[in-house]
Design a protein around this ligand. Sequence first.
Ligand SMILES: [Zn+2]
Length: 259
Amino acid sequence: MGMDRILKGIMQYRQTVRSNLVQEFQRVRDHPEPKAVFFTCMDSRMLPTRFTQTHVGDMFIVRNAGNLIPHSKFFATENTSTEPAALELGCIINEIKHVIVCGHSDCKAMNLLYDLGTDKEMSTIENQVKSPLRGWLCNHGSDSYDKFKQLETRGFKMPLLFTAETPMKQFVAYIDPKNKFSVQDKLSQVNCLQQLQNIASYGFLREGLASGKIFIHALWFDIYTGDIYYFSRQKKEFVDINETTFPKLLEEVSEFYYH
Ligand SMILES: [Zn+2]
């Protein structure tokens, strides 16, 4: 059982949304205007087009365990081509301006990364074959974990420093200053910001990032409340996107276009 749910869903789709979607596909073919490359976790509770209310043609979505973008340093030693290939397809070939990394609370991948730490054993080829998930997390989550450890050592009070579009563009981040979230969720937020640095590590994006053609952003979804946070470089923290904060956040993202 289970596959019947999928087939029944397809039958329902045929009778309901299909015809509208086909019209949308035609509109997008004639006027493509993709807005963002969106990296998020493969978690079944994450429904990015629903919680951003985006439609056909709006976003290129890449999903994996833990919304990780491998740093370019891995390029030489292992075959980590999917995420950078997606960045090239989105930002270079389709000239998409915004890259968004969206993490979330109660992330099973981040919970596992928290338990594994930076177990170097797990990143050996032999262990990667036995558990690709553990290998993936230990290799590509280790920078996030190290940053998280820095935070933990300082009692979660001190800010972390990340680089963004260029090595010159650094930003400061206070992680969960109101101490609302679990340690695993704090790791998930650190991880989300670490991916901005990893994205910027790719040489083929350098010119776009340096000249203000490409921008990188972080979102974080709180699964149990449905709240969505935007990392505000001005506020130096994840800010809940709501009726009160929205005008300021809109101002902040609009400034990206002019600077
Ligand atoms: Zn997840």
